[in-house]
Design a protein around this ligand. Structure first.
Ligand code: GTP
Ligand code: MG
Length: 194
């Protein structure tokens, strides 16, 4: 995919500010610190477009990035970070749920899991929920640079079994460090955008 432009457009904290527009959207979800922003930057060949952080829970809003004037990447707030209050957790969840159920242009959700840990309980809830809504989903296992080849194979088999009732496609292994899986993810995104 040739990226001719990638620009930060908007941050949304409140449900009422979710924008209406005519461009298609691809959303990125996953627990806090899993590597959502790093995946977005890697796909766009940018180092710092989406803010990354070693401190979990940085992204507390929906961040919209307009790509090639043609579609949006929406970076969703990371969930499941222990240090936030219950009230804040509920606000995030409502924001994500509202976005996913009301967006008319959402073409797919890329759900990112850690290749060392697999889907968390909240990831499983999201996967199950998206399946029940018939929303297209793509599962990506990130940080594969932290595993050996055989560890990775084992993990992928385990995760595939775990999500099988709701997700039957292969999970894509990815690393923002060495670019593994980047092309495969772009191929899937382009199919979702067709
Ligand atoms: P929040 O916005 O807080 O929800 O986090 P996020 O999911 O956007 O994660 P982010 O991209 O900020 O990455 C979190 C940390 O993981 C950073 O220190 C990244 O450098 C690191 N990281 C992200 N992707 C990879 C990867 O593929 N490999 C390795 N080794 N580290 C990664
Ligand atoms: Mg982030």
């Amino acid at each position: 995919m040739k990226i001719t432009s990638a620009e930060f457009m908007k941050s949304v904290v409140n449900i009422k500010d979710i924008p209406t527009h005519n461009l298609k959207e691809i959303a990125f979800s996953g627990r806090s610190n899993v590597g959502k922003s790093s995946l977005i930057n890697c796909l766009l060949n940018r180092k710092k477009l989406a803010r990354t952080s070693v401190t979990p829970g940085k992204t507390r809003q929906l961040n919209y990035y307009r790509i090639n004037e043609q579609f949006f990447f929406v970076d969703l707030p990371g969930y499941g970070f222990a240090k936030v209050s219950k009230a804040e957790m509920i606000t995030w969840r409502q924001l994500i749920e509202e976005f996913i159920t009301t967006s008319r242009n959402l073409r797919g959700v890329i759900s990112i899991i850690d290749s060392r840990q697999g889907p968390t309980e909240l990831d499983m809830q999201l996967i199950e929920w998206l399946d029940s809504l018939h929303k297209p989903l793509l599962l990506v296992a990130t940080k594969t640079d932290k595993l050996s080849r055989s560890q990775l194979l084992n993990q992928m088999m385990k995760f595939s079994k775990q999500v099988e009732p709701y997700y039957k496609k292969p999970i894509i292994p990815f690393s923002a460090i060495n670019g593994t899986g980047k092309q495969a993810i772009w191929d899937e995104i382009l199919t979702l955008l067709e």
